[in-house]
Design a binder for this molecule. Sequence first.
Ligand code: FES
Length: 175
Amino acid sequence: MADEFEPKILGILCNWCTYAGADLAGTSRIQYPPNVRVVRVMCTGRIDPAFILEAFSLGADAVLVSGCHIGDCHYIAGNFKARRRIALTRKVLEEFGIDGKRLKMTFVSASEGALWAEVVKNMVNDIKKLGPTPVQKRVKAGAAHAAAGAADADLAELQKIGAGKKVEAAPVQKS
Ligand code: FES
């Protein structure tokens, strides 16, 4: 039997709410899939879209951002700003041919360990349906193309953005 696809999901969690909620899920021994690798930030407002693009360029199948509920952010409006940035970043991903469902933002408080487990289960199921990231396929194809002297321009741009490098804007066509 072929191995079932196990998505690699990067979880970027706020210290005060979701990270503590995930910790509570662990100490309460709530079972959930181990597919999320967690990075803790002080607030979701700290999350630069470049972190997300870099995760995809390095092979993440999905990124899950989670923080305090709207109105509960310890830095007042960090999660509100993050929610807008995530919506915009999703559009950028779609421009690169990456399904927007691969980037999700949720709100889980420190007392919601069971909710965190549900969020992870649902995300893992959704990403299993989507399959592995298309970026890795393109990295492999890109390596073959590069060997043949061609390049995947979109992929190169995504990697540049992920590495924090400036990308030239596409020329605007004049009518
Ligand atoms: S402190 Fe949790 S999202 Fe801002």
